[in-house]
Design a protein around this ligand. Structure first.
Ligand code: ZN
Ligand code: ZN
Length: 437
């Protein structure tokens, strides 16, 4: 009985707010449809000219010029190649919207007419570069969001803080921008948003509250032995054996020590040691990655890796190994209130069946730097492939769709960009002040 007045109030609230939201959603979609030909040209240009982490000079200049033309006050070279663009439109919250700008050192095999054939220098070596993570889709949607919000400036009040972040792929750009005074020079925002394209159907949005990406730490361990002849192992101390033991035994930290209900991964991606078959080398270097969602699991795995490394060496009566555990990105923790509030608006605009709660990804993302700075943040996912292709991929034995970082990653431009741009515009609009309120 006590619920009745409350449900009546909710009914009243929804009938009052729905038309306004529906109007916003319609205006946003119509605006983005109208500007699409320009967005298509921007996207294809960005796609064909990818740049590596901290080398995004051409990309940053293009984004900066576009936002300046819209009336944003733009500062370049924040965190090496980053940009910060501010648009003040009356009293209200400051909303940070991030795009990443970097491509990947790899060859593109999408078959697109506008595919990248760009080259760059990486550690003194030539490499091909491609936007195989969809950062070009994000940049285009970010520009479309800025254009949409400026065009609709009579409908909101507050401040936009659009940031073009460098070097997401090496999990270094967000930190570089913060260390270069992002929040001290430009103020601390009240909310922060970012999106990532994902191999789901376009027109759909994935979200979650709590952790949505993983903590990432690197391990680099050098096992020390004593080189010698392969025929006389007793006269040497074999670090290959120690490393082999470590690679196997370290997985018991995951399978026997970690709570099986909690996420945690240790992957050894590189073992380097020795030169030929009949020489026992002096040392072996093992490199890997450690992923987790919670600080407790992270600590448990890091301690376990160190202990197993030392024990593997001790078992062979070898000197203690050199164990480097290098902290990488922290997990993004989506703010529960902001997520609920934003998901509600997206569901009304796209439909309940198109906005779904997805599990956290095991990859890492340095948008966590902004969320960890105490700013209520939300990171969500937008689809890029046709619903038919995604449905086919989900069938047993069906043709898989290419994942981010695949050379075949190939978002369908128009619907992918529109999905991302509409979702971000509505998410930002929803937290800005409404004039006269
Ligand atoms: Zn990536
Ligand atoms: Zn990415």
């Amino acid at each position: 009985m006590t619920l009745r007045p409350l449900s009546a109030l909710f009914a009243l609230l929804f009938s009052a707010t729905l038309p306004a939201l529906a109007q916003d959603a319609k205006a946003v979609a119509a605006g983005i449809d109208a500007m699409y030909p320009q967005l298509d040209a921007i996207y294809k240009d960005l796609h064909a000219h990818p740049e590596l982490a901290f080398q995004e000079v051409r990309t940053a200049a293009k984004l900066a010029a576009d936002l300046r033309a819209l009336g944003f006050e733009v500062t370049e070279k924040v965190g090496k190649t980053g940009i910060v663009a501010i648009y003040k439109n009356g009293p209200g919250p400051t909303v940070l919207v991030r795009t990443e700008m970097d491509g990947l050192p790899m060859e593109e095999k999408s078959g697109f007419a506008w595919a990248s054939r760009a080259h760059a220098q990486l550690d003194g070596k030539d490499t091909l570069v491609a936007h195989s993570c969809g950062h070009d889709v994000h940049m285009t949607a970010w520009l479309a969001t800025a254009r949409t919000l400026v065009a609709m400036k009579a409908q909101w009040q507050g401040t936009l803080m659009f940031i073009g972040q460098p070097a997401e792929e090496i999990v270094a750009g967000a930190k570089a921008m913060i260390e270069d005074g992002l929040f001290t020079r430009f103020g601390k925002p009240d909310y922060a948003f970012a999106l990532h394209s994902w191999p789901h159907a376009y027109g759909t949005i994935g979200y979650n509250s709590g952790p949505v990406s993983s903590n990432s730490d690197a391990l680099e361990i050098t096992f020390k032995g004593r080189g010698g002849h392969g025929s006389a192992p007793d006269k040497a101390l074999d670090p290959v054996m120690i490393a082999a033991r470590f690679v196997v035994d370290v997985q018991t930290v995951i399978s026997r020590e970690k709570d099986p209900k909690e996420f945690g991964v240790v992957t050894i991606g590189a073992i380097n040691g020795g030169s030929v078959g009949n020489i026992i080398p002096d040392s072996v270097k093992v490199r890997g990655t450690i992923r987790s969602y919670t600080p407790a699991v992270r600590e448990k795995i890091l301690a376990g890796v160190r202990r197993v490394a030392n024990a593997s060496a001790a078992m062979a009566d070898a000197p203690a190994p050199d164990v480097q555990l290098i902290a990488g990105g922290a997990a993004i923790i989506n703010d529960e209130q902001l997520t609920t509030r934003t998901a509600g608006v997206l569901k009304q605009a796209f439909g309940d069946d198109k906005v779904w709660r997805m599990p956290a990804m095991t990859a890492s993302e340095d948008f966590s730097q902004f969320a960890n700075a105490g700013i209520p943040a939300m990171f969500f996912f937008t689809g890029v492939y046709s619903p038919q292709a995604v449905a086919e991929a989900e069938k047993p034995g069906g043709k898989p769709v290419a994942f981010n970082h695949s050379p075949y990653y190939a978002p369908v431009p128009e619907p992918s960009i529109k999905t991302a741009a509409q979702a971000m515009s509505l998410a930002v609009l929803n937290v800005l002040n409404k004039p006269g309120k």
